[in-house]
Design a protein around this ligand. Structure first.
Ligand SMILES: [Zn+2]
Length: 307
């Protein structure tokens, strides 16, 4: 595919949105953070096995939300995507400051952050020619600090330069409306190009509905040990949004962030999304709606007209 086409930008190149298929819209194959010592996702054979297990469960696409400087392993993603036949979309972007050392952040000041995002979206990540397919940034706990504003501004600049979607980690699910005010208000990113993640970590149905009314996409991701307390409310939250007319705004993901959460290491992992989450939601919403959430919605959310 050529530039200017409406496409999902995968690690193997641009594809038509309808080629993406059943998609885990928020997950991680590789991830490294000083915040998760000893639990890093760095094992390439395990990542490949997890992707193969997702494929065997009926999966066709995975969107990895690991941003810059957190061990994305772009070259490895190419290899395991090719070997398993699963489309993989990789992120550029920047997480909260706590995930980086100060020197690394200082080096990105002075307009360099947006330039980094654009070059990773259009030229390639590092020395590779693997292009990122979206920008991932993060909010804060019920507020946006200077770091969150800086990274959101760079993400918006990269969006305006390339058309790339912008995905946002909501800290413990909070701050959705502040993030939307900033990104879509002040920074003029069209709401349908914004994907909010971790909605279910703060399952306030009114806020969920207000966020959906903006026109952005809402990603429900998990299960996770850390957020087990709210995980069981996910089907109700998804159902409420679907019944309010927002089924076309919903995305689902596994958000595997630790090695122990991988199915190949004894956790639920990526296959759980199709093995248990899908039938659970089908019981409430019917197979057609759930299929749309797993297939059509990610295609719309992650496809853009690249420029
Ligand atoms: Zn994540």
């Amino acid at each position: 595919m050529v530039n200017g086409a409406h496409a999902v930008r995968t690690v193997l190149g641009d594809i038509r949105p309808d080629e993406l298929g059943v998609t885990d819209a928020h997950d991680h194959l590789f991830l490294r953070s000083p915040r998760l010592p000893g639990q890093e996702l760095v094992d390439a054979p395990a990542a490949r096995a997890e992707l193969a297990a997702f494929r065997a469960a009926g999966g066709a696409g995975v969107v990895q939300w690991t941003p810059y400087g957190m061990g994305r392993r772009a070259g490895e993603l190419v290899r395991i995507s090719r070997e398993t036949g699963v489309h993989v979309v990789c992120a550029t972007g920047l997480h909260q400051a706590a995930h980086y050392d100060d020197g690394r952040l200082t080096a990105l000041r002075g307009g360099r952050l947006a330039r980094l995002f654009v070059s990773e979206l259009t030229e390639g990540i590092g020395e590779s020619h693997v292009r990122a397919g979206f920008v991932k940034v993060a909010g804060g706990f019920h507020a946006l600090d200077a770091h969150a504003r800086w990274t959101a501004a760079a993400a918006a600049e990269a969006h305006h330069a390339t058309g790339a979607p912008v995905a946002v980690h909501l800290e413990m699910g909070t701050g959705a409306l502040d993030v939307l005010d900033l990104l879509c208000g002040e920074l003029a990113v069209p709401p349908h190009r914004v994907i909010l993640g971790h909605l279910n970590r703060f399952p306030d149905p009114v806020v969920h509905r207000q966020a959906a009314e903006s026109g952005c996409y809402l990603a429900f991701d998990g299960p996770s040990r850390a957020h087990h307390a709210t995980d069981w409310r996910m089907p109700g939250a998804v159902r409420a949004l679907a019944e309010a007319g927002f089924a076309d705004r919903l995305l689902l993901g596994g958000d595997t962030v630790t090695a122990g959460a991988r199915s190949v290491d004894g956790g639920p992992g990526m296959p759980y999304l199709l093995r248990r989450v899908r039938p659970r939601l089908e019981a409430d919403l019917g197979a057609e709606t759930v299929n749309r959430i797993l297939t059509g919605n990610p295609a719309h959310a992650f496809a853009t007209t690249w420029h």
